[in-house]
Design a protein around this ligand. Structure first.
Ligand code: ATP
Ligand code: MG
Length: 427
């Protein structure tokens, strides 16, 4: 016999018992984004490999070793999207959305990276991406932070995340900084690990991002990017922190937050948590004006962020305040041929009369006893029971399944509908 086929390592099923939490978070996200006037954009999961090479850059972890790249039947090189920023910008350029226009967009869906799977790090994971175009800031930069602050509050995890903020300045300012950083590290080669020695040649700012405890000192004493910022970059940054202070949103300055991509400019930020071990970044973003030109567009402005859903949900699971709705409010039990037939009709009437009610029908017959067991397991608050007796009297028996104080009652169908309207929480 063949072995059962299993899912791909690092790619997970979301089982029915887990989906209510996902849906709760997704609904919260949609509500918050709509409160700020953002529109959804839906994008392909596969793009030309070239798009990611050109936008993310050849010397990044993603392009060097994490992409799922394959040739399609025509021999074109395609890649499962490792992130959404590139595809979103590609779509907006392709459809001419960036010409003299302002956009506030979001997308949601799976991303693919061939990383070593561990807690909070998977090969398929879900991201919410938010991208805005055409606004120079700093108010829009701050708005993105406000959106996330509101979402954390809505989902009850505000006290579990902290905002870290930095400015990367302009490309020119970063070049000067980069030189100073390289000469600092070159004077201390013996303190660098293998990874950092490699990055020193390719992407030295990324060394600041090291998670190696042995390198904490050498990184802590390195030159600081903030000291290299020009007037304009400083003003932009100070304006953001002023808005945050005015609205009472706490932040930490983290001069080692670099995000490692060349297209970032000025603002970068991360929302981090201490509750998820080393996979502590839940949401990351910043300003990336430069990417638009890099992908062939006219000079323009862009700022956005991406949030990892699995990390968000892991955080939500550390608190137990969320009351998730059961998938079933009412379970209908039918015994006997006439009851089965009438029950179907009654159930349709109930669904017409009480929009939002979740009524699950017992299918496949069975004794009262076995149907009651299923009713209990369904999570419903009430069972509606139709047997020959009830059918003969034109009634239905309503049995509370959770509240022992309530009596089982016989009533007419019309009465039963009235009874249910007041008693179930309609989503
Ligand atoms: P990390 O430093 O954790 O590798 P990153 O800089 O690669 O993160 P981004 O590309 O900025 O991550 O993606 C934004 C968010 O998406 C991350 O903050 C995280 O919440 C989530 N994320 C990134 N990679 C993964 C992954 N492999 N599995 C689960 N979530 C991920
Ligand atoms: Mg990564």
């Amino acid at each position: 016999m063949a072995n059962n086929i299993q899912a791909i390592r690092g790619m997970h099923d979301v089982l029915p018992e887990q989906t209510p939490l996902w849906q709760y978070a997704e609904q919260g996200i949609r509500d918050v984004l709509s409160a700020y006037g953002y529109s959804e954009i839906r994008l392909p999961i596969v793009e030309k490999t070239e798009l990611f090479k050109r936008s993310i850059g050849e010397v990044t972890d993603i392009v060097e070793k994490e992409m799922y790249t394959f040739d399609d039947r025509n021999g074109d090189s395609l890649t499962l999207r490792p992130e959404g920023t590139a595809g979103c910008l590609r779509a907006c350029l392709e459809h001419g959305l960036l010409h003299n226009q302002v956009h506030r967009l979001w997308y949601y869906g799976p991303m693919y990276r061939h990383e070593r799977p561990q807690k909070g790090r998977y090969r398929q994971f879900f991201q919410l991406g938010v991208e805005t175009y055409g606004m120079a800031g700093p108010d829009i930069d701050a708005e993105l932070i406000l959106i996330m602050d509101r979402l954390w509050k809505k989902l009850g995890i505000r006290d579990k995340v902290r905002l870290q903020l930095n400015s990367l300045g302009t490309l020119a300012e970063r070049h000067v900084y980069r030189e100073s950083l390289v000469s600092y590290f070159e004077g201390r080669l013996e303190q660098l690990d293998e990874d950092s020695l490699r990055r020193l040649k390719t992407n030295p700012l990324r060394i600041l991002d090291t998670k190696n405890p042995a390198m904490i000192d050498v990184v802590a004493n390195a030159p600081v990017l903030t000291d290299f910022l020009g007037e304009d970059s400083l003003q932009h940054f100070n304006a953001i922190t002023a808005i945050l202070e005015d609205l009472g949103i706490g932040y930490e300055l983290n001069s080692r937050l670099v995000r490692g991509l060349d297209y970032y400019s000025k603002t970068v930020f991360e929302w981090v948590t201490d509750e998820l071990g080393s996979q502590g970044t839940v949401c990351a973003g910043g300003r990336y004006d430069g990417l638009i030109e890099q992908l062939g567009g006219k000079p323009n402005h862009a700022v956005g962020f991406a949030m990892g859903m699995e990390r968000l949900l892991a955080l939500m699971e550390t608190q137990d305040q969320v009351q998730l709705a059961s998938p079933v409010d009412v379970y209908m039990i039918r015994v006997g041929e006439t009851a089965e037939q009438q029950g179907l009709r009654f159930a349709e009437t109930i669904r017409n009369e009480i929009p939002g009610l979740k009524l699950q029908m017992n299918c496949g017959g069975g004794s009262f006893k076995s149907q009651f067991k299923k009713a209990d397991k369904s999570g419903a608050d009430y069972a509606l029971i139709l047997g020959d007796d009830e059918v003969g009297r034109g009634e239905v028996s309503v049995k509370p399944l959770r509240d022992n104080q309530q009596q089982q009652q016989n009533m007419s169908w019309t009465q039963a509908i009235k009874f249910l309207v007041g008693r179930v929480s309609l989503a």
